[in-house]
Design a protein around this ligand. Sequence first.
Ligand code: SF4
Ligand code: SF4
Ligand SMILES: [Zn+2]
Length: 261
Amino acid sequence: MEIEIISQDNQELVFRIEGVEVSLVNALRRIVMVEVPTLAIEEVLFLKNEARIFDEALAHRLGMVPLTTDLEAITPRGECDCGDHCSRCSVSLTLKGKGPKTLYSGDLESSDPQVKPVLDTIPLVKLQKGEEVELEAIAQLGTGIEHAKWQPTTTCAYKNYPQITIDQDKCEACGLCAQQCPRGVYFFDEKENKIQVVDLENCSMCRTCSKDCPNQAITVEGLGDKFIFRIESDGSLPPWEILTTACDILFQKAEKILDYL
Ligand code: SF4
Ligand code: SF4
Ligand SMILES: [Zn+2]
């Protein structure tokens, strides 16, 4: 198996993966989405809620706020021997305010400087004049299998690596494929009077070009053992850490199967 990075930053990682079966790539996708743990608010202790929103609705809203996560520093729920929550398995965040004002995710005060909302601008509750909210929220590690709030990605998808073949004997250089392609894959070189594939990896395999070609000169296929994989993080973990953690989980699963055998 070969992995080659196409692009990466703190939010998104795109790579080519080659020499693998689709089942393995799909297993990796599913692990990335629902088995890599992140932090999310799991319990909320309301000391005061005079806002026009039920406790449950505000607690749910708090749960959906992505939090920066340090997987090394926090013990997963269920692996901690405290039985409830403690400083090893939990991070406390407090929210307090009096209206008229809107409380945002940035108003959450964390007991751990490494754990904070990914964005400060998520509106949580609008307080009318004199209304007060005071609460303590407990964030814990969990996975997307339990609840979507623990999914570390906003997008995780792959596509077969595209392969475009132009039969030069049939092509009459009309340029129609370059006009019709919605992804800018082709360039029609008017000087050379020739069609060129200039951005192959951007092809979505919609096959518009091959259907519209008057001479049936284009064949679009997806390779069966090469893929383009995209991971977009919600900001809780860097995308490369999501990928390496998912690979570790996949490896552990494979080892378990070998042990059973
Ligand atoms: S549409 Fe067909 S004939 Fe026209 S340039 Fe493209 S490949 Fe050639
Ligand atoms: S299959 Fe679709 S995206 Fe790909 S080159 Fe043809 S028209 Fe463009
Ligand atoms: Zn604990």
